[in-house]
Unconditional design. Structure first.
Length: 232
């Protein structure tokens, strides 16, 4: 639980800068979280109590610059305020600390293991995920869980996050026309949830299979002297 020693008047999200004006280092910092969000938008389509934000500032203090993860997930918050959506995530308005943050390691060192780790520890973020596709000896995906005030590296790929009800892991696949290793969500058994494109392809395959079955049935009926078009 965060303890604030802040002035009586606190600005809203609309009054605070909504960007630190620092450009991302590469496309993966947008595409990898974008894939995770696209899956959630289908998986949790009926839920309105979550926010998965990409490159959005988290404000702990109106007089300090925001902390800007590559992505974060909050549960128990309003998914949509209004049609303008959130410009930033203001903790004294939300009253909910993000449950998960994600950092995509880039060629430029961005203090993932020093300042950002300390920031997320102090904030009380339960899961801190770090992904680096350039690693050769160390695991490319690290899932750290906050236990007694310190992050502990979790084993496995995927890693199930019971407080969220999802697992997170990495494997090769295709997204946005690029075949490479991506981050995905998984269920408790380790089964990967499909991407929107995969779901469309699955539905198309199912429809094609049903059409083929209907055609075979119609041919069988004709062989028996029955006009399938006469059957209502």
């Amino acid at each position: 639980m965060l303890e604030y020693n802040l002035p009586k008047y606190l600005p809203s999200a609309d009054e605070l800068p909504d960007s630190d004006e620092t450009p991302v280092d590469n496309e993966l910092q947008e595409l990898i979280p974008g894939l995770l969000k696209s899956i959630l938008l289908i998986l949790w389509a009926e839920r309105m109590d979550w926010l998965f934000a990409i490159d959005m500032g988290i404000y702990l203090d109106p007089d300090e610059p925001p902390i800007v993860p590559d992505a974060f997930l909050s549960l128990g918050v309003e998914r949509v305020y209004d049609e303008e959506l959130r410009p930033s995530y203001v903790l004294w308005d939300e009253n909910v600390v993000p449950i998960l943050t994600i950092e995509i390691v880039s060629p430029n060192y961005r203090k993932e293991y020093t300042k950002k780790l300390a920031d997320y520890t102090a904030m009380g973020v339960l899961y801190y995920v770090i992904y680096s596709s350039r690693r050769r000896r160390e695991p490319r995906l690290e899932v750290h869980k906050l236990v007694n005030g310190q992050y502990q590296l979790q084993s496995g790929n995927p890693v199930y996050l019971p407080e969220i009800g999802l697992g997170i892991g990495c494997e090769r696949g295709n997204y946005s026309g690029v075949t490479r290793e991506w981050l995905y969500w998984y269920d408790e058994t380790g089964k990967r949830y499909l991407t929107p494109q995969e779901q469309i392809q699955q539905e198309a395959q199912r429809a094609q299979t049903e059409a083929q079955r209907a055609q075979l049935l119609a041919e069988k009926l004709r062989e028996l002297g029955v006009d399938p078009d006469s059957i209502s």
